[in-house]
Design a binder for this molecule. Structure first.
Ligand SMILES: Nc1ncnc2c1ncn2[C@@H]1O[C@H](COP(=O)(O)OP(=O)(O)OP(=O)(O)O)[C@@H](O)[C@H]1O
Ligand SMILES: [Mg+2]
Length: 425
């Protein structure tokens, strides 16, 4: 790609670092507002102008999100590749950038990858770029900042989408930007020059409630009340009598019960080109049962789903390794053509945001017969105790069915988001 046009705020991203006054830049605001692409490009240009033989850090939430959001786009920017030789050594999590006799190292870190934290300790860094800083542990961010203190002209680059107004980054950095010598720029989709008015109007229909406020309006607000408000108020819109006939694959998600919670299984189908997710069948049992009873229930549920749908993969609550092992053995004994995986268990707030997104895009449906998950989605509420978005789990809500549903969709979350973007949603 090339930067044929820059918005006024993007131009500031390319200039601020040549002004000796600022030590940091913070760009927060809406999704797809053109923050990351300009910041990473400006970061490289600045580093190559002032340093040689120095080390820098490029940090994402995880190493793979850093590669996806920054390294791959960077390799594709004509304006950068025309001047510099870039080499990405994946196995070493290192990007080297070279121009004539000048060469700098950019180490790639994932704030959430445990080992990243270890590696950054002891390094001397001339600059750090934090992409999606609100999703990183504070301890990682502070450790990385400490690594720059001995370099005189080191600078820090932060960007993120908003979270709760109680988030540490909002209080420590955004509110205190001036006293920390940081330039704060707030982005909306209008600051991305390649988005047309129509694309912005479409995007503004995405997300509801707190996610709309944060990701579209770019506000730092906390989550309160019913989570899936539109689903709760207009449930009929999301229900279907029978499975659509373009389901091409299905996953089962399973959450194990105990201590008053239920055993819950969900079978979710995905339509062609991942346009829709449809909850097709469910299992729900609240009473205490023996592991062997549970195994036989699961085998029966898988069989029942397989009779009706193409389902070959199950994602089980990874906290219960013994139960998972038992189920693997039982499936093998029964010669089921079914792969038992541990659920990924990504951040709950991310899973909720994803479901909210596909609901607002009209891509989420439930079969009318799945009473437990319907009621669970209608009644789920935010837990105010947590600033980073968790649902209330005080025994009065069925969060087991929701967990099971989320385990079933997690593996395809990113692909479904991309499929939506390709369709211009
Ligand atoms: N000036 C520009 N010229 C060409 N393409 C641009 C420009 N600004 C942004 N884009 C493109 O717009 C898309 C969104 O930009 P970017 O990823 O930087 O947004 P973001 O604000 O970081 O979004 P998010 O908050 O979702 O991470 C990208 O595909 C990017 O390449
Ligand atoms: Mg970004």
């Amino acid at each position: 790609m090339t930067f044929s046009v820059l918005s006024p705020k993007q131009k500031i991203i390319f200039k601020w670092c040549y002004d000796g006054n600022y030590r940091a830049i913070i760009c927060d605001g809406a999704v797809r507002s053109g923050k990351t692409i300009c910041m990473i490009t400006s970061f490289i240009l600045w580093a190559m102008k002032y340093f040689n033989g120095a080390s820098f850090a490029i940090c994402g939430k995880t190493i793979s999100s850093a590669e996806r959001n920054m390294i791959l786009p960077l390799m594709d920017i004509a304006d950068i590749n025309a001047y510099f030789k870039l080499e990405h050594m994946r196995s070493r999590n290192l990007l080297t950038v070279e121009n004539g006799g000048i060469k700098n190292n950019f180490f790639i870190f994932g704030g959430k990858d445990e080992s990243s934290y270890m590696h950054i300790q002891g390094m001397t860094l001339s600059g750090v770029f934090f992409d999606e800083v609100a999703l990183m542990p504070r301890s990682f961010v502070e450790q990385a900042i400490t690594r720059t203190l001995s370099v005189e002209n080191a600078k820090l680059w932060f960007n993120c989408n908003p979270d709760s107004q109680f988030h540490w980054f909002y209080n420590e950095w955004i509110k205190r930007a001036e006293e920390r010598n940081a330039l704060h720029l707030h982005f909306t989709m209008h600051d991305n020059p390649i988005l047309s008015e129509q694309q912005i109007a479409n995007a503004e229909k995405q997300f509801t409630g707190v996610f709309h406020d944060r990701y579209i309006k770019g506000l730092w607000v906390s989550a309160e009340g019913v989570i899936y408000k539109d689903f709760a108020e207009n449930t009929e819109r999301y229900l279907v009598d029978k499975a659509p006939n373009d389901i091409i694959r299905c996953n089962i998600g399973f959450d194990f019960g105990g201590n008053g919670s239920a055993h819950a299984g969900i079978c979710t189908g995905f339509s062609k080109r991942l346009q829709k997710a449809v909850i097709l069948d469910e299992y729900y049992r609240k009473e205490i049962i023996s592991p062997s009873q549970l195994e036989s229930d699961i085998i029966n549920f898988v069989r029942k789903c397989q009779r009706n749908y193409p389902v070959y993969d199950g994602y089980f609550d990874s906290a219960e390794t013994t139960l998972i092992r038992g189920i693997k053995t039982a499936c093998a004994k029964e010669r089921l053509n079914f792969n038992v995986h541990s659920a990924k268990k990504s951040e709950i707030s991310e899973r909720i945001a994803f479901t909210d997104l596909i609901m607002s895009q009209g891509r989420f449906f439930v079969l009318k017969s799945c009473k437990n998950i319907i009621e669970a989605l209608q009644s789920a509420v935010w837990d105010k105790k947590y600033s980073n978005g968790k649902r209330l789990d005080d025994g009065n809500y069925n969060i087991d069915s929701i967990d099971a549903y989320e385990y079933s969709i997690e593996p395809l979350m990113n692909d479904m988001i991309e499929a939506g973007q390709q369709k211009g949603m």
